[in-house]
Write a protein that binds this ligand. Structure first.
Ligand SMILES: Cc1ncc(COP(=O)(O)O)c(C=O)c1O
Length: 396
């Protein structure tokens, strides 16, 4: 029987990228000890206060239907967060509460992009972005990130990729996989380009809270916080990374009130509202700073420094220190093989699993991505084994 073309457009996306990870899992299932540095799932439990809040909400019977936009308390908490961040008054009517950043992005793309359009996407980028764009029928146009700009997306590079079909720029700062953080000047330059060509800016801000402090860190900047860009900016974010709560699927879309009002029927068509007990937990999560956020941020920063120190001077390896997030990129191309071949040999010979950079885009095919979401001892052992393989390859 015939199926809709959307299934063809997204077919085959994903599984290849996870080849090394799945192979590592198979080895682990056979009882082998593998240091898994592939996925970026917080290594801390969700705060007990938030588990309690969810439990209380469940016991209080907060298990019925919600409305399509979201529970008033969580929308109010979001309005307060973004009003404080932007210095403008942001209303509850500028949000739709959804299950995580991923579904927020899906909704936003479906609402703004369609067949024939082009979307400018950083290369490398988070592994789901091409699927999101393809689902709409549009084409994603990769714009390579440059090492000499510490992988911060460059407005001039974007400008060269603009065509009459361009409809949007996909931003992700802090960036997965490189940990780059756009400066305010970067954001403004990209904003000027968006204004000149009347483009939407789709801003994935899921790593907002994980910008490292002090030397080597960045400073978070969003196009939404620039008053003159706010009308053309839509934001997707969640509590997945900030509160070590990815399984709660607690996220939101943010935009102008006019756009969000237009978006509401699409969200209702897809979701018919989200869970009130999760919204209650999230209202509490957003009501004050949680220690865990700073703890995770600081431990990822410390682990990133450890990786840089442990691998400094190893022949053929180059560490790209991140400014934020939970990953470090390593260039391995000087060892004479690409990221995938390096990752496969590392798994086979050293029992350490990394993500091949090519999973995130052609421009990173000479790299591997290492996750910082493991205990310090595992990370240290992982680095020792990465260095061993690099030394053997360099000597050969
Ligand atoms: C850049 C980026 N966007 C979105 C997501 C998905 O986030 P969520 O759990 O909120 O759907 C991730 C998860 O790793 C991510 O790295």
């Amino acid at each position: 029987m015939r199926m809709a073309a959307i299934l063809d457009r997204v077919a085959g996306l994903g599984s290849d990228k996870w080849r090394v990870h799945f192979r590592a899992r198979q080895l682990m299932a056979r009882g082998e000890a593998v240091i898994l540095l592939t996925i970026g799932e917080p290594d801390q439990p969700t705060p007990a206060e938030l588990i309690d809040a969810t439990h209380r909400a469940l016991l209080a019977g907060r298990t019925g239907y919600s409305n399509g936009r979201g529970e008033p308390a969580v929308l109010k908490a979001l309005a307060a967060k973004y009003s404080a961040r932007s210095g403008r008054t942001i209303g509850s009517d500028q949000f739709i509460w959804v299950p995580g950043t991923q579904s927020a992005l899906f909704l936003l793309l479906m609402a703004l992009i369609e067949t024939g359009d082009e979307v400018l996407v950083a290369d490398p980028c988070y592994a789901t972005y091409h699927g999101l764009v393809r689902a709409t029928g549009a084409t994603s146009v990769p714009v390579a990130l440059r090492e000499r700009r510490d992988f911060r997306l460059d407005a001039d590079d974007l400008a060269r990729a603009v065509t009459p079909a361009t409809r949007a720029i996909f931003l992700n700062s802090p960036h997965n996989p490189t940990g780059a953080v756009l400066s305010r000047a970067d954001v403004r330059a990209i904003g000027e380009l968006a204004r000149a060509h009347d483009l939407w800016i789709i801003s994935d801000e899921v790593y907002e809270s994980l910008v490292f402090q002090g030397p080597g860190g960045g400073r978070f900047a969003s196009p939404f916080d620039e008053a003159h860009l706010a009308e053309r900016t839509v934001v997707a974010s969640s509590l997945s990374k900030s509160h070590a709560a990815p399984g709660f699927r607690a996220g939101w879309c943010l935009g102008s009130a006019a756009f969000i009002t237009r978006l509401l029927p699409l969200a209702e068509t897809m979701l018919f509202g989200a869970q009130p007990f999760i919204a209650d937990m999230a209202a509490q999560a957003l009501s004050h700073d949680f220690e865990i956020t700073a703890q995770m941020r600081d431990s990822y920063a410390r682990r990133a420094r450890h990786v840089a120190e442990a691998l400094a001077g190893v022949p053929g390896l180059r560490v790209h220190p991140p400014q934020a997030g939970m990953f470090v990129m390593l260039s391995v191309g000087d060892l004479g093989l690409d990221g995938e071949a390096f990752a496969l040999r590392l798994l086979d010979e050293e029992r350490v699993a990394l993500m091949p950079g090519g999973a995130f885009g052609e421009a990173a095919s000479h790299m591997v991505r290492l996750s910082l979401t493991v205990p310090d001892a595992d990370l240290a052992a992982g680095c020792t084994r990465i260095a061993s393989l690099a030394r053997r390859l360099a000597a050969a």
